[in-house]
Design a protein around this ligand. Sequence first.
Ligand code: PRE
Length: 95
Amino acid sequence: MTTTSAEKTGARTDEAAGLIAGARERIDALDDRIIGLVQERMAVSAVIQDARIASGGRRVNLSREMEVLSRYRDALGKPGTSLAMTLLELCRGRI
Ligand SMILES: O=C(O)C(=O)C[C@]1(C(=O)O)C=C[C@@H](O)C=C1
């Protein structure tokens, strides 16, 4: 097995190194899609916030944020809540 494969993947066999390299390509592709979806979410969220502010309302709507947090917690457990909080911060800034 080449030193480079071992260093890059942490694997101890060529078979494992090949599997890891392939799976990492899939993860990179998934991460690209996730980042794209987050950016799309930010744009849609901005449309909502701008409309609410233009109508005289506030940027933040806490009852809706509770629904978003619950959805992520129900699907992903406690770390889902943290993920949703990070998404909300990306979408409406810090409060
Ligand atoms: O759904 C809304 O009313 C939004 O403004 C979108 C959004 C979100 O990104 O999910 C952003 C800010 C609000 O505090 C609540 C939710």
